[in-house]
Design a protein around this ligand. Sequence first.
Ligand code: AP5
Length: 354
Amino acid sequence: MSASDNQNLKGAIVGMCNPLLDICADVDTDFLKKYVRRYGLKANDAILASEEHVPLFDDMVKKYTVKYIAGGAGQNALRGAQRLLPAGATTFIGCISNDKYGQEITNAAKKDGLKPLYMIDEAKPTGTCALLITGTDRSLVANLAAANSYDVKHLRQPENWSSIEAAQYYYITGFFLTVSPASIMEVAKHAHAQGKTFMMNVSAPFTPEFYKANWEEVMPYVDVLFGNETEAEAWSKNFGYETSDLSQIARRIADLPKLNAAKPRTVIITHGDKATLVAVQGQADVTTFPVNPVPKAEIVDTNGAGDAFVAGFLGQYVQGKPLSTSVECGHWLASQVIRESGASYPDKLAHFEA
Ligand code: AP5
């Protein structure tokens, strides 16, 4: 890559999501069952914490040896993408507090070369996410705290909006629909007006269930949508598609109305070690990209696999590489991350060979 290419990628991608500190522990099924009974927690799900979940965080820390790892789905993806891109390519927006956890998240972002543009809410603690791991399942309970305070006024400040104007690509998680749909729409409209690329992730089954109206508003602007198989099924159920066939779901989402018809929408559904499906608006065939399964003995945990897939994809896509190369790089980076604990990238990352 030449120096001028590097210059072109300066500030190329802006991400928005909730910056969270992950509190991870391998828990026994009895512990999980206690919360399943009390709060309907599922072994493999992602939910938002309410008041009633607060004791879970204390119980977990008291009973288990926990690991604290910088998380937040969007920041995980942007940190990974930055590892594959020239310095200064990525910027991240969200809200933290000025406390110890906020500092850890900031340090993790900077270590991977991601430029944080955080709003600071001193009145609340930095958000956390409990990751309760039972074998190959993980249950996520996010306590957004300060992350929930993000306000579109921060985005509109000239020093922050200038990053939006400088970027060519935007990646926003469905998780952020619960916090600042106004910010999402503002970026979506800017991307549309300027012919830039606007990307989102379904993020969790609850987003199509409880934020369907927000998805309906933003989908005409979405150029690329990511999700996994359970999110695709939840989408199908809530949008009345009446099918659990992933290819058909991807096809239907890709063909939803879009404002810029000249830029067909791409929908990417990952499915663990099974093939990834890619549907492009207006194309009858859904393409499958097989995954090389990582041997079980080499998997530490699969946390952050989906975010790492997005990271690898973005690392190629924003350099103008073909869709197939971008998907292959997503598979490659995800296969590295599942060999690490949590959503962490190896200190030394091998070079991706297309
Ligand atoms: P988590 O859900 O663990 O991470 P994720 O990136 O979504 O990873 P998953 O394990 O769920 O993967 P996936 O199902 O999306 O993808 P798939 O299995 O298809 O959560 C991580 C973060 O979410 C945490 O840091 C937390 O902070 C954050 N979070 C939670 N709530 C939040 C909130 N409200 N706001 C903000 N952040 C929040 O796999 C993807 C790819 O991986 C596959 O295509 C494949 O390439 C690869 N892969 C997977 N399994 C294998 C295998 N066995 N062999 C080879 N490759 C594999």
